[in-house]
Write a protein that binds this ligand. Sequence first.
Ligand SMILES: [Zn+2]
Length: 311
Amino acid sequence: MSFPKKILISLPISLSLCLCGFSSLILAKVRVVTTTTDLAAIAREVGGPHVEVTAITRGTADPHYVEAKPSYVLKLHRADLLIHIGLELEIGWLPALLTASRNGAIQLGSPGNLNASDGIDVIEVPAVVTRAEGDIHPYGNPHYWTDPRNGVRIADAIAQRLGEIDSANASDYRVRAEEFSSRLADRIAGWERKITPHKGKLVVTYHKSMSYLLRWLGLKQAGAIERKPGIPPSGSHIAALIQMMKTRKVPLVLVETFYPRKDPTMVAEKTGAKLLILPTSVGGRPGIKSYIGLFGAIVKEIAEALAAPRE
Ligand SMILES: [Zn+2]
């Protein structure tokens, strides 16, 4: 008895297809999409070999403003879990991408949608929700990842949610989150010691993006180049800021890599303050590849700038 030729040819093909399907089932990873690189870095620490993580924004970009690209829609369409900062940080671009993704699993309220701000102690919450004049922090300050102690809370939330989506690996996610948090806690103590001699010193920032960072380090925000979050400075605002900085002898201006340099440079020159261009996200500068590495760079550079004599 002999098999028809057609069957003999198709048998190895169907067998290999079957094996491929089988192996992809075993190796299937949870597809995680995050809005920012910091959330992606923490998700990789917690998810390890069980996840495939992509961030939508780059560490060099302002996360408030992102140009929605078709490739982002595709990423979200395929995602099992979306992790976002919340507090309206991504309000200008994420809702439209979510709708376009046509992925029910990651819509608001679904298990595949994790708002990482849940459980965070939010600061600078206005008494009344207001977007007056275009204020982009109506529910409080959304830049909470700049306090590494919040990195521990974010890791916990990600471990919890990954465990719900992929229960087979729930204990592994929990162990990995605890291991990451313990490594982070060790470094936090060292970073705090480094800044101790500078506690109470005054700092001006461009945007109110470093409020959590400054609060953690015991530094004080004396003012901001922006008039209000998201609102560019006016001439009179800059003049008043310069006057205040001279009077209070503010030694440092901190500006993120993506903000315009003209006003900060002028303000620093007129007041004798040092201008430090600082990344506040993973990937904000080449070589900053992890959440722990980000704070290593931030603390080292702030400590050096505050130790340097005023010009
Ligand atoms: Zn902001």
